[in-house]
Ligand binder design. Sequence first.
Ligand code: PHE
Length: 342
Amino acid sequence: LRQKYLDAIAGAADEASLEDLRVQAVGKKGEISLKMRELGRMTPEERQVAGPALNALKDEINSALAARKAALGDAALEERLRSEWLDVTLPGRPRRAGTIHPVSQVMEEVTAIFADMGFAVAEGPQIESDWYNFDALNIPPEHPARQEHDTFFMHRAEGDDRPPHVLRTHTSPVQIRALQKQGAPIRVIAPGRVYRMDMDQTHTPMFHQVEGLAIGRDISMANLKWVLEEFCRAYFEVDEVELRFRASHFPFTEPSAEVDIRCSWEGGSLKLGEGDDWMEILGSGMVHPKVLAAAGVDPDQWQGFAFGLGIDRIAMLKYGIPDLRAFFDSDLRWLRHYGFSA
Ligand code: PHE
């Protein structure tokens, strides 16, 4: 009996079978417990021999059970330690965080600077009717400026009688939408994407502009000049920037000026100031009376300026990036090189 249980206990594989053995041997109706009950029917002499022997057996079985139980517990712990082992000295696996694209970043900065000067943000669609993109801006259908814009036209199926639409070639149609909605006086900017069929070092078929529009009783070209200079000082974080106002022509402004900023392209790199090069950053002028009228504003009562600033160009200048096309290649190595991505 003794050997039977000791062997079984030593061979028990888990705590459940150990418990079964305990019940079989020393449980209430266990084999050894039953034998102890028989002691009562024995003669005192028999009992004196059998009693201590059974008690010793019971103790031995109980301590064998306890020892085996402890051993199984140790083994289980050992196994967990082996399988759940963690080397806290291994280097971590780095995770790359996404970042804001430089152009989006610049758009936010530009918006914040103009907000400080009292300009609210206006919006318009990127797929625009040719009335808003051209006609309302004093560019009638046969006007040569329509060709100069290298426009992407939306396809219309035969029988489609909706007005013709284009991918907007500039943010200027938002001038019309904002004036129609709010009227004068008004001070808004309109940042967004624009499209032209054009591609070289400073042109991509999709690029970004921010339109500015300020209409009041006596807003002048002098106000325009101050706003643009103040903007450049804030944006480039310098005390003085050199801007060049060049007489120009836009159908929707009179007079018109294009504005260049002094920079250097020496050695394939681009730097603000310090050089004899100029980069065009915007077109501007006094809003044409016909444009005000087309938007429902009385040109005898109101006047003001508008400008269209090339966001990508001023992003190139701020970060010294000589080729605009790289902005839209989505090459992470490039973004990382310029510190735009982790
Ligand atoms: N819309 C013009 C362009 O894209 C820029 C401009 C805006 C000029 C407002 C004058 C006034 O070239």
